[in-house]
Write a protein that binds this ligand. Structure first.
Ligand SMILES: [Zn+2]
Length: 231
């Protein structure tokens, strides 16, 4: 196994990672880190266009995600192509994530916080939960998947997990110098943000990034709940 990545970003839908973590991803890439994306669903329900067909939307959103990843310098995008609004916390989905963690052996895994209360997209809740379960204990333990071992996929210990959209952030990441790249990546998702970017969206995101950086010695931040894992 030679194709490793220092950071694995696991996103429910195309575009979630751009909103949640793209400024941080761009900074890591600038620092020389290798980052890969795993996109769990094909996003084929994400439209208000009544003429749009799901297959067509899925195809468009894959291209948009690839374009955004290119802007950010993400080295690879893996599409799992589960149906939008169709994720379940199943042994199969968990194993899919474990397989990728063992293959790419990231130090850092970034995903969505599953513990947002009340109204929270089910795909987000399930992606976050399944990813946390995959990190611990399933990716770590020898006996979890004997068949993966036979395929050469050795257990792996992730060092930290960063959860975006957390109601309980404990880590602010400096995106002052990469906010513009984040916006450029977000703009690639035309089907979601419009061809000209929805009015007011950039201003709202700047405002939020400023609030998240309050008390820090930098201007703009993305906020995460960070879990450092002591093995
Ligand atoms: Zn989403």
């Amino acid at each position: 196994m030679t194709e490793q990545a220092q950071v694995m970003v696991i996103t429910p839908h195309p575009d979630d990672a751009e909103i949640g973590a793209a400024g941080t991803v761009a900074r890591w890439v600038a620092e020389g880190k290798s980052v890969i994306y795993v996109v769990c669903t094909n996003g084929d329900k994400g439209t208000v266009d009544t003429n749009m067909k799901p297959d067509e939307l899925a195809r468009i959103r894959e291209q948009e995600q690839l374009a955004a990843a290119k802007v950010l310098g993400v080295k690879e995008v893996i599409f799992l192509r589960h149906p939008d609004q169709g994720l379940e916390d199943t042994p199969e989905f968990r194993k899919e994530i474990v397989r990728l963690i063992r293959r790419y052996r990231p130090e850092t895994v970034v995903t969505t916080d599953p513990y947002r209360r009340y109204v929270w997209h089910r795909d987000h809740r399930i992606t976050g939960q399944v990813t946390l379960d995959a990190v611990f204990p399933y990716a770590r333990d020898f006996l979890s998947y004997p068949d993966l071992l036979e395929q050469g996929l050795q257990p792996h210990k992730v060092r930290e997990v960063l959860l975006w959209a957390s109601e309980d952030p404990n880590y602010r990441s400096d995106i002052t110098n990469t906010f513009a790249i984040k916006m450029a990546a977000l703009r690639c998702h035309h089907s979601q943000v419009g061809d000209e970017l929805r009015p007011g969206l950039e201003e709202r995101l700047i405002q939020r990034a400023r609030e998240m950086a309050k008390g820090e010695d930098f201007e703009l931040a993305e906020a995460f709940h960070r879990v450092e894992i002591q093995w």
